[in-house]
Ligand binder design. Sequence first.
Ligand code: SF4
Ligand code: SF4
Ligand code: SF4
Length: 272
Amino acid sequence: MKKYAFSALMLLVFETVAITLWLTKDNIFYLFNFSYIGLSISLGTFLFAKNYKHARRLVQLLVGLYMLVYLGLICNENMQIEGFWYYLFTGVFEAATIHYAVAKIFGPLIFGRGWCGYACWTAMVLDFLPYKTPSQPRKKLGWIRYVTFVVSLVFVAALFLAKVGNIERIMFWAFIVGNILYYSVGIILAFAFKDNRAFCKYICPITVFLKPMSYFAMVRVKCDKDKCINCGKCEKVCPMDVDVRDNSRKRKNGTECILCMECVKNCPKNAL
Ligand code: SF4
Ligand code: SF4
Ligand code: SF4
């Protein structure tokens, strides 16, 4: 039963959020929304425990497409970081603010960067590219994420300061243009650096929230030192260059772990 505990925990967390928001905000959408996401994640982690090879990708498609197509394109909600700033400035605890609070700010205290491994619609596409594990050492370009973070904030702040009309419509188009930019830059970087996750490592502004919060994550991959034979296979298959053999929170690239479980699947000694 222990191997299904994570699925149960995820379902519990998301159902708690779903019911709490449904009742406090008197809006049944939240019950549907967070139940759907929780069920998708639980299904994926359950299938993973059953050794289904494509479990993670299945969840990524179920959640990523729902958020991109249904929430973004059909419901016109900007779930990107600009949408978060927009709702924050309007003082409304809705849509993107709730999404960020759950998936990207407080949720990572429990499930680390599970969002990046199982739900992000940008990575959903990037993970189809051919460079699943990086073939080159990590570049010192992580500072770019702070630039994109500030640019997104300044962009939305400027709209408010200039008192531009119909910001909601601008936010919808910002979502379309932002996604086209993310996909284009992500695909170009993946081919240039031969690394599907180059965009996540160097450009993505959301990591400014995700990295510090996931430092304290409850759910982490740990290594049983008694079983480990130091073969190094876990590091070779890791898309995020995490030194997973080191159990300390300060391990190399520890806040980059997306819980993809490639290291766990490939460890010959079941040490992870
Ligand atoms: S780092 Fe950014 S782009 Fe990459 S998976 Fe996480 S949220 Fe998505
Ligand atoms: S793959 Fe397993 S045995 Fe090999 S170094 Fe990693 S944890 Fe140790
Ligand atoms: S391979 Fe292991 S350490 Fe690397 S990101 Fe995936 S779960 Fe984390």
